[in-house]
Design a protein around this ligand. Structure first.
Ligand code: KG4
Ligand code: ZN
Length: 355
């Protein structure tokens, strides 16, 4: 069959990204302008600033992406955009850019759910391995959830966080421990610095309670990370450890990381159980883990062990495709285009959009 080429645009949060991807899973070009440096000065994403930067950067990002691939819009089979969920003024940028390009060039338009794109990303170049249905764990600064991926456009959400995302927890605990931020190229945040610090730590010295482990919540597949963060904050207030002591820092970091991973494992085991009830004997092909936190090796190790126990393989996209990017939007566009799931040029963005 004919190879399809799709341009994907993403601007739902703090990345202005574009990519051109083929139906055989080849990335022809990709561009990503992060705004991490801008927002880290404010201690969080400032929506107005994010939208301004998307507005400035989107035309350049699209231009660069086409140029790097040596293609023009007329060479494409469709244009895919992140339609939601996300920051409204930011979403408006990729939606209106994509709609206008598609309408002017009379190309099919595809509005993509951001979470669907994360969930389908692992299939690119691995469709024989990551077959429907599979279980997907999205763990990042923006998402903490488990999902049964039945097919394109067909999902069941199983668990989600009741408070903070897991990435936020890593970032806040790192701040509590005064671990200096390393500006990781991929994924803004202090997670990589905490992981590094934990390598030298004794994870048994400061035992931490595993979240949602009591009788009233142990059966729920939901996540909770704010209690763990608060627990560590209290420990510091009570001077149970000294953030200026490197060994204390490493020991608390190691304990936190292990406890967070244990919590993930317990809830993912429950998600497997629910998924199997739902699927009534139909087997899951694998466990997909994606999002910035899925690049953490300690977390990966725990998830790989759990997957093996469940009799499936753990599949993680490479780190640069785990975090927000244009490739995942383009790939989700390919998957939808192949099924004829197209949208009219009149679509609006959707700020809150359940899967
Ligand atoms: O997927 P991502 O880049 O952006 C979204 O939030 O969508 O995830 C960023 C989050 C940050 O909280 C960052 O600290 C965390 O992922 N993160 C990590 C690691 N790399 C990134 N957390 C733990 N260990 C890591 N190696
Ligand atoms: Zn995302």
């Amino acid at each position: 069959s004919q190879v399809l080429r799709v341009l994907g645009l993403e601007s739902s949060c703090d990345d202005t990204a574009a990519a051109i991807v083929t139906s055989s899973g080849e990335i022809l070009s990709e561009t990503n302008r992060h705004q991490h440096a801008i927002h880290s000065q404010h201690g969080g994403i400032v929506p107005g600033l994010a939208a301004n930067h998307h507005l400035m950067n989107m035309p350049l990002v699209v231009h660069e992406t086409l140029k790097a691939a040596g293609l023009q819009i007329s060479d494409l089979d469709a244009i895919a955009v992140t339609r939601g969920p996300g920051l409204p003024a930011s979403l408006a940028v990729c939606v209106s850019a994509g709609k206008t390009l598609a309408a002017v060039h009379e190309k099919p338009l595809i509005g993509v759910h951001h979470m669907e794109a994360h969930a389908l990303m692992a299939r690119m170049g691995a469709e024989d391995k990551v077959q429907f249905p599979y279980l997907c764990l999205l763990i990042s600064g923006g998402h903490t959830l488990t999902l049964v991926v039945h097919d394109v456009n067909e999902y069941t959400m199983i668990g989600t966080t009741r408070d903070d995302s897991i990435g936020e927890a890593f970032d806040k605990v790192a701040r509590e421990l005064q671990i200096p931020w390393i500006d990781a190229q991929i994924g803004g945040g202090a997670g990589p610095a905490l992981e590094q610090c934990a390598l030298a730590g004794d994870r048994t010295r400061f035992p931490l309670p595993v979240p949602m482990d009591k009788a009233d919540s142990a059966g729920s597949p939901d996540f909770s990370f704010s209690g763990l963060k608060t627990h560590i904050k209290r420990m510091r207030e009570q001077a149970l450890f000294d953030p200026l002591c490197a060994q204390d820092q490493a020991d608390v970091a190691a304990a936190f990381q292990m406890t967070a991973a244990k919590h993930l494992r317990k809830k993912t085991v429950l998600a497997f159980r629910r998924a199997r009830e739902l699927l009534q004997g139909q087997p899951l092909s694998c466990l997909v883990a994606s999002g910035g936190v899925a690049s953490n090796l300690a977390v990966r190790q725990v998830l790989a062990g759990l997957a093996a126990k469940e009799g499936v393989e753990l599949v993680c996209p490479p780190p640069s495709l785990c975090t927000d990017n244009g490739v995942m939007i383009a790939w989700a566009g390919i998957e939808r285009l192949r099924r004829g799931l197209l949208d009219p040029y009149t679509i609006d963005f959707i700020q809150r959009w359940p899967l």
